[in-house]
Ligand binder design. Structure first.
Ligand SMILES: [Zn+2]
Length: 452
């Protein structure tokens, strides 16, 4: 790992975030997109066929290119990646590693292979060059709102999505240690104390596991950086209170680094790392706060190993107002979750009403601080089954939490005219040991959802 390279990245990314005007962003994006399209047509047979005779002279031209999705990406894996990787071999490798829980090392010593879960079990396989993943921590730092006043950085990075042999960094002002999210909680706490960690980077599901130990951290953290999962505003506040520190968010997916936090604490789209197109349910572009973007297309501007161009994402986001930090990068007000996490419940007129996952999460999280983890399964259009994992170290019994949660959900749903049957049970929820993301919402199969 090259520290100088890291510092250069840090400066460049900072300049883009705070200095670029709207026009500069658009010009930069067009030039990066054009380079990406040319490179992909030259190196990926899939794209040379797909884009033949379609010139990209403007962003409008680019928006006319055919889009792809995970299925298409997987069907044409060999012809989309530009490193000569073969799906059969890469898949074997990824599955073997999960089977034997061997997360160290790189594929062919050069690539990080990421595996994502999906609806109906179709897994996506994502290729990131080793050289790029090694630069990620600096990109994270540049987009964390931290300044040089906060030096030295002593970072503990808990990894789930990219779990391979990262090398720890020990430079004068930056210490970076990696640990797997599967490390026992008391070991993580010991590591935080022994290494005098001041920045913790972890998925919120992991931070939640650390909550009961917050009081045993001997030196206060400067910052918690949440990534890989949606962080609810209420939960952010709870982490802030419990750990007595700033909590910021990185919005990252297997497909790219979509957003990160500025110095004012707001989430911005990383306009220089990804090109994000948002459309509403009528297919109209969404470019202002308010309307819900129900269709999101992502183009990864920096990963050419497996070019993802106009790639259909499943995320639902809402844009926010311009940020006082002065950045022209679009602000994300809310990540409402993934499209396939939306619950569809029948209201009293027997019309299916979408209930967004962020809302349900908020109802559950704010009912009791003792709910450590939860899972919501939609059984039918009138029944939900909810599993909660309750902290046992506190006075309140599981039964009392269940009662309060049932009352809360029933009353919240009835305000939408929904009279659903809510089953709740208390059970220890184990987070998955694989790299696949934990699925908190399990919706109906698409056929069942259409079948109203
Ligand atoms: Zn900002």
């Amino acid at each position: 790992m090259n520290i100088l390279q890291g510092i250069r990245d840090y400066r460049l990314l900072n300049r883009h975030l705070y200095r670029f005007s709207n026009e500069q962003i658009r010009a930069y994006q067009l030039s990066e997109l054009q380079k990406l399209v040319v490179f992909s047509m030259n190196h990926a047979p899939f794209y040379s066929d797909l884009y033949r005779g379609l010139p990209v002279g403007s962003l409008e031209d680019f928006r006319q290119l055919p889009s792809i999705n995970k299925q298409i990406m997987m069907d044409h894996f060999d012809d989309i990646n530009t490193c000569g990787l073969k799906l059969a071999a890469v898949r074997d490798y990824a599955v073997q590693r999960e089977l034997y829980k061997e997360y160290l090392g790189y594929y062919q010593d050069q690539y990080v292979i990421g595996l994502s879960s999906g609806t109906s079990g179709n897994k996506g396989i994502y290729v990131t060059p080793k050289t790029m993943t090694e630069r990620l921590p600096f990109a994270f730092l540049a987009r964390s709102g931290l300044s040089s006043r906060d030096l030295p950085f002593r970072i503990l990075f808990l990894l789930r999505v990219f779990s391979q042999g990262f090398e720890d960094i020990n430079a004068p002002f930056i210490h970076l240690n990696y640990l797997s999210t599967m490390t026992p909680v008391d070991d993580i706490i010991r590591r935080i104390n022994d290494d005098r960690i001041n920045i913790l980077m972890a998925p919120p599901s992991l931070v939640r596991q650390l909550l009961p130990w917050a009081g045993t951290i001997t030196r206060p953290l400067k910052m918690i950086v949440s990534y890989a999962e949606v962080l609810e505003k209420e939960e952010k506040e709870r982490f802030r209170r419990s750990f007595g520190t700033r909590v910021i968010e990185i919005y990252q997916a297997s497909e790219g680094q979509i957003g990160s936090t500025c110095r004012c604490g707001n989430l911005h789209i990383n306009e220089d790392l990804v090109f994000i197109e948002l459309y509403d349910k009528n297919g109209e572009p969404v470019d202002r706060p308010g309307p819900l973007g129900t269709r999101m297309l992502l183009t990864n501007l920096i990963n050419t190993a497996q070019p993802l161009i106009r790639y259909e994402m499943n995320d639902l986001i809402q844009l926010g107002e311009r940020c006082p930090c002065g950045s022209s990068f679009r602000v994300i007000d809310k990540v409402l979750g993934r499209n396939d996490d939306v619950l569809y419940l029948a209201n009293k007129n027997n019309i299916l009403q979408p209930v967004y996952p962020d809302l349900v999460s908020r109802w559950i999280i704010t009912t009791s601080d003792n709910i450590r983890e939860f899972r919501v399964s939609q059984i039918s259009h009138s029944r939900l089954e909810i599993t909660i994992d309750v902290l046992d170290s506190t006075g309140e019994t599981g039964a009392a939490v269940v009662e309060r949660l049932r009352d809360r959900l029933t009353s919240e749903l009835s305000s939408y005219g929904i009279d659903a049957d809510v089953g709740i049970r208390v059970e220890a929820i184990r987070l998955p040991e694989t790299m696949a993301k934990y699925k908190r919402f399990i919706g109906l199969a698409p056929e069942a959802a259409d079948d109203s």
